[in-house]
Design a protein around this ligand. Sequence first.
Ligand code: NI
Length: 134
Amino acid sequence: MAEIERIGISIEKTLLDKFDGLIEKQGYKNRSEAVRDLIRDRINQDKISDSKAETIAVVFLVYDHHSTKLSDNLIGLQHSHLVETISSMHIHLDKHDCLELIAVKGKKGKIEKLANKMISLKGVKGGKVNYIGI
Ligand code: NI
């Protein structure tokens, strides 16, 4: 188990009250875990700000499956980029639209280029990519 250090910090009461309200809504049982998660998130944000950082990412795409060749283009992009596709999931949302979740692993900059190409394809109605540093 990792060594634990106790720290004390000074904070304005109004700011602390807002923080306590927020973490209660999120379901945290105590401040310590909420502060640890904030620190982890900040470290992750710093790590993934480097385009050479190794990351795992999920690309979310909503698209109209009637769009000509879109599925082929999405698959072609995954094959032609130097990132490892870990898994993908396809969900039929309604008669027209599909949600595709594509989990990939690789350098942040390469994943970003791949995701931007996917998101900008004709027929893609919305897209996002989320990263976590590894
Ligand atoms: Ni579908």
